[in-house]
Design a protein. Structure first.
Length: 429
């Protein structure tokens, strides 16, 4: 289910082709230049950080029984944060791994309070651990990128070096071909070793230089709350505008029509004009029907009446109204909370709307299961593909709304299709 118009779809296809071309380029050159550069350039910073961490631990242990112990550790932890920023920047620039920077220390008043905040800062202690672990990885990476190729080249040329550098007769022995084979094996192992070390460095940076899990969770909840509040505010404003400009105007029109009918029935000694009365009553009836339909449309976005009986009763009519045929499969062993049911209902509604508007699909499938405390929603279509979270505001907004109820959204949509979108939510908040 593509999330953009036809122009954006063409852009998405071109982007997919570019990505495929880049992947093919990387296959021809199995080691990225950034990986090699990180292994070489990262050594001085790794040595600096490792020596710093060892010195902090050693000096902190020695000074722990003196008055200088705590001030030294506080200053050292603040310095560890600075070094962590340098390592995070290097990983981002050379290994192309985006590491979210942790939150700065909260502002507090008083020297003792600031020292306590630093001593209890998990970011600084995790960074200190990263500096310790980064030292052996940095040395190993430099050896892999520099020493290993040099050793392989020396072994390959060993039969030549020994005859050029040492006088005398050197008959060909078993070690000559063995050295060449060993050198070739070492050179062949360099790309895989560099890739493995780069993956290890990325994982270590993600684990220790990014915000802690509780901090990431708190940030996600704050972002989701802000998004939810903004969407609710916009929805209330739209509802107020629709009521003022639409429903209120229709009710005023009904009142005017009834007033005209009342004037036609005024007791002025003449018989009423029945044809005019019928026309006015018919107009009032039509205006009343339009107003009821408008009110039904407005209230549908607040809480669907169909959800009163649960998702099992609400989702089939929703799929039946889709212009694209949808095969539906429901396994609802547990009934979620009302907030989760609303999230699932509107998620299905938006995804089916996207299929009808953007995907060009001929068939779709909806599968919803609710068991073991989790709700899993899967929507599949045979359209053109190209859907992505960053491709349009619809899916991005949907992902943010799901995050507000502790849900996740996964998209598999290669260029040319098919598209599978999966949402998972808890049954209880």
């Amino acid at each position: 289910m593509a999330e953009r118009d036809s122009t954006a779809d063409r852009v998405g296809v071109r982007g997919g082709l570019r990505r495929l071309a880049v992947r093919g380029h990387l296959r021809r050159f199995p080691v990225r230049g950034g990986d090699v550069a990180f292994a070489i350039v990262g050594l001085p910073l790794a040595v600096l950080g490792g020596v710093y961490a060892l010195a902090v631990l050693y000096a902190g242990g020695l000074l722990s029984l003196t008055v200088l112990g705590l001030p030294f550790v506080v200053a050292a932890l603040r310095g560890a944060r600075r070094l962590g920023d340098l390592h995070r920047w290097l990983v981002c620039r050379l290994l192309t791994e985006h590491i979210t920077a942790p939150e700065p220390l909260p502002p507090v008043d008083g020297v003792i309070a600031r020292g306590r905040a630093v001593l209890t800062d998990p970011v600084a202690w995790r960074t200190l651990l990263y500096l310790l672990l980064r030292l052996p990885l940095g040395v190993l990476g430099f050896a892999t990128a520099v020493a290993l190729p040099l050793a392989g080249g020396w072994l390959i040329g060993y039969p030549l070096w020994v005859r050029l550098l040492e006088p005398g007769d050197h008959p060909l022995g078993w070690f000559d071909p063995a050295a060449v084979l060993l050198g070739l094996a070492l050179l062949a192992a360099v790309p895989a070793a560099i890739r493995a070390l780069s993956s290890l460095n990325r994982g270590l940076a993600r684990l220790l230089l990014s915000p802690a899990r509780t901090q990431r969770r708190l940030r996600q909840l704050e972002t989701a709350r802000s998004t939810l509040l903004a969407e609710n505010t916009d929805r209330l404003r739209r509802l107020e505008r629709d009521l003022h400009d639409g429903t209120q105007a229709q009710l005023v029109a009904i009142a005017i029509t009834l007033s005209l009918a009342d004037d036609a029935l005024a007791d002025d000694g003449r018989s009423p004009d029945l044809a005019r009365l019928r026309a006015l009553v018919g107009r009032a009836r039509g205006q009343t029907d339009d107003t009821i339909a408008e009110l039904r449309r407005l209230t549908q976005g607040i809480h669907p009446v169909a959800l009163e009986s649960g998702l099992g009763e609400a989702l089939p009519p929703l799929t039946a109204a889709s212009p694209v045929p949808v095969a539906i499969s429901l396994d609802l062993r547990e009934r979620p909370e009302p907030a989760i049911e609303r999230a699932v209902y509107f998620c299905v509604a938006e995804l089916l709307t996207n299929i009808a508007k953007h995907s060009g699909a001929s068939t779709a499938a909806l599968d919803v299961t609710s068991a073991a405390g989790r709700v899993r929603l899967t929507v599949h279509d045979d359209g053109r593909g190209g859907a992505a979270l960053g491709a349009g505001s619809g899916l991005s907004g949907l992902g943010e709304r799901l995050a507000a109820v502790d849900g996740t959204l996964r998209i598999t949509s290669p260029a040319g299709g098919p598209t599978t979108i999966t949402a998972e939510l808890p049954t209880r908040l």
